[in-house]
Design a protein around this ligand. Structure first.
Ligand code: BJW
Length: 303
């Protein structure tokens, strides 16, 4: 049976086809179908830590090693993951619709790898693969650093507890060893010890620690990103549609784009596994709510 009610699908498709100015607001639920955990709810725990407690400047100041271990793990998992059919369908829509813009809260690089046109993809919360210096007077930044691990000390530990003989272990290929990586998101697995000097250091000022180029709580979103979106909104006499995909829409200012689009006349389509996770302004009579896995629903409704 179709996962999307046919009547809703028909009215949505009709509206999409006649829409010129379209936004998509993406969240972690989109990449859940690619096997990456979300922040809230199941999977939002990393070891004993709430993922959102680690996504703060205070956490980094208090324990840069722990926070780097968390982000190094996330970089590794994101590189191993593959864009899913929803990432691909959105990339296709971006190519086909002139007035389409994606606002992604995701930092995993999967939209980029799905071939989403970069000028139509705004990264509200930065990227796991951008790096910057924490030294206040140093301006070092680097984009698209896919080195994994970023420094040797942050390599994911390998399960050495092999029941076979040591000779057999020697013969095990790198590929096989890679599959025996320990899951350091599990608190029962011991984290390797880290010394401060083994953490990623700034190659420019040679004094500061590097940090992931993501936006933590209490930090401003990238200025250029905000101004590009503001210009896009201002240039729109009307916004026809905003698709709110796989996000709890509770984190600001990202979540506010739903209401800003509504204020410009946009109809809202929510794609989420949970009906409770509608935008905070609530679902309205002529909104669409497509319940289910974004990886399945999005390609279906964008067909
Ligand atoms: C599926 C699915 C499947 C599952 N298919 N669906 C106004 C009011 C109140 C507070 C504030 C405000 N303005 C600013 C604030 C403070 C704060 C904030 O918003 N706090 C709220 C929590 C209340 N905002 C900020 O601090 C922002 N900065 C800022 O505003 O600067 C100026 C300022 C500072 C201080 C005070 C005032 C102003 C910055 C926010 C940065 C957020 N950063 C993070 C971490 C990024 C790096 C990293 O990845 O580690 O961004 S936190 C985390 O939340 C991450 C996400 O992008 C973001 C949103 O989460 P998302 O994507 O929605 O994930 P989930 O897990 O919440 O939801 C997943 C959804 O998918 C669920 O609905 C599931 O049901 C669904 N789902 N599987 C479809 N298969």
């Amino acid at each position: 049976p179709p996962i999307v009610p046919p009547a809703d699908l028909a009215s949505f498709s009709e509206h999409l086809n006649s829409s010129n100015r379209i936004l998509a607001l993406l969240g972690a639920g989109l990449s859940a179908s690619s096997g990456l955990p979300t922040f809230r709810g199941a999977g939002g725990l990393w070891r004993t830590h709430d993922a959102m407690d680690l996504a703060t400047p205070e956490a980094f100041r208090a324990d840069p090693g722990l926070v780097w271990q968390f982000y190094s793990y996330r970089r590794h998992m994101a590189l191993k993951a593959q864009p899913n059919r929803a990432h691909l369908a959105l990339a296709e829509l971006a190519k086909r619709k002139e007035g389409f813009m994606t606002l992604s809260q995701n930092v995993d690089g999967l939209s980029q790898r799905a071939g989403h046109p970069r000028e139509k993809l705004q990264l509200l919360h930065g990227s796991l693969f951008d790096i910057k210096c924490t030294n206040f007077w140093c301006d070092f930044t680097e984009e698209n650093n896919f080195t994994d691990p970023i420094v040797p000390a942050l390599a994911i530990p390998i399960d050495e507890s092999d029941p076979t003989s040591s000779e057999a272990r020697q013969a095990v290929s790198d590929a096989l060893r890679a599959r025996r990586e320990l899951d350091i998101s599990d608190e029962r697995v011991q984290l390797p010890e880290l010394r401060y000097q083994d953490l990623p250091q700034c190659p420019k000022c040679k004094e500061g620690l590097l940090r992931p180029g993501v936006v933590w709580f209490g930090e401003m979103l990238p200025e250029k990103t905000i101004s590009t979106i503001d210009e896009w909104i201002t240039a729109s006499k009307k916004i026809d549609l905003i698709m709110v995909i796989g996000t709890s829409a509770r984190v600001y200012p990202a979540a506010a784009y739903v209401d800003r689009a509504r204020a410009k006349g946009a109809r809202v389509a929510v794609i989420n596994t949970e009906r409770t996770d509608a935008p905070s302004s609530g679902l309205r009579k002529d909104d669409w709510f497509f319940q289910g896995d974004a990886g399945q629903v999005v390609p279906e409704i964008l067909k």
